[in-house]
Design a protein around this ligand. Sequence first.
Ligand code: P61
Length: 473
Amino acid sequence: MTQERPSSLHTMGQQHGRRSWAEPWKIKMVEPLKVTTREQRVTALEEAGYNTFLLRSDDVYIDLLTDSGTSAMSDRQWAGMMLGDEAYAGSRNFYHLDAAIKRFYGYAYMVPTHQGRGAEHLISQTLIKAGDHIGGNMYFTTTRLHQELAGATFHDVILDVAHDPQDLHPFKGNVDLAKVEALIERYGAAQIPYISLAATVNMAGGQPVSMANARELKALLDRHGIRLMLDATRLVENALFIQEREEGYADKSIAEICLEFCSLTDGAWMSAKKDNLVNIGGWLAVNDYSVFEELRNLVVVYEGLHTYGGLAGRDMEALAIGIEESMQDEHIRSRVGQVRYLGELLTEWDIPIVQPIGGHAIFLDARRFYPQLAQDLFPAQTLAAELYLDSGIRSMERGIASAGRNAETGDHNRPKLELTRLTIPRRVYTQAHMDVVAESVKACFDARDAARGLDMAYEPKYLRFFQARFTPR
Ligand code: P61
């Protein structure tokens, strides 16, 4: 009689009672990773002023600082790089890019920019006048800064639940329409050039906006003659959440959902370094010709001629191909699936993270990680430092350091969310890397009582988190 050997090892699929999935790509070229000793990391972190932005990438093992410009391009994109038409004017790659944006995002007119903030600068300077007010579903650092530099005051109009890391609302990125109505009532439509809608919402934890919310918002703004402008940086990820969670979208493709979403807006700016799978690039697209004319005037001042906007022809070719690849359902399922895999492990181990798990990153809730640390001791920055010391993993502070200071009072802005972001680059790391990350987070969690916090020793004027330096308590 044969006896079946009980197996205690289970694949990830088996653990979830389903068949396993694997990344829908294989690896053609590898980039070796450098493993450092704890001693080396202590020195590197001290030299970097306890700021992960100031580490040398050579001292980092798994780099989860950002998903911005860190994607692996496909063989088709690399082949496209060889087709770069580097003409100063009228590059054929520009026309390819223009066609890809029309096809997948649906906007009539486009200008390329060197990256997202280049586009934010142009749209802010074009639409905003001094004394204006902008509502947005939570601030993003560069977006808000460009709106402020153009003379506007930013107002957060996201649902209150977005500031609660434990609330399970399926569309935590949604705009609270009552807040928009109150804004219009208070300042008048003439002082609100547009509402700024990000999909997904980075600072809230990669949380999506529902199609229904975008549609209602558009209807409300139309009644007042106010534009709706989209930050499309991670719209493809947003589309996956709509497909999974919103009634009526299960059978629609990601491309169809993106196109429908964009049709509810008057234009979009884009950091193509995220969804669009390139290492550099951005664009700005609108439907209104008169706005486009002004953008085209400005782009030549700040970025480059309107047919390259600060990009090489080869960059535009890789971008045009990246747009098409980013819209494939199996790509985005795998991309968000990998983020979810990491998040589910941490959830299983009772490690406090922002829920529901978002599209591009796991956000560790540093307040609950280190309840002993006051916010002025930079808990999220502390956690980023501890993670690096433990394993060489690089993460990013998204809390009080990122939020900057109040322009009037000079005091720190103190956001409710005090988060450390583990951002997953697209098509770069494997499930085994995610396991290593999860175990390192667990090691820091187990040692959480020892954390003492940081003081800020050097503070730059703009976007201080990039170059600030800290000293340990
Ligand atoms: C990131 F620490 N994001 O998430 P650019 N909109 C949105 C973004 O996420 C975004 C931009 C516009 C980055 C890079 C970064 O405080 C920081 O191409 C939703 O980076 O200019 C960028 O696009 C701007 C990291 C930006 C930061 C600002 O990692």
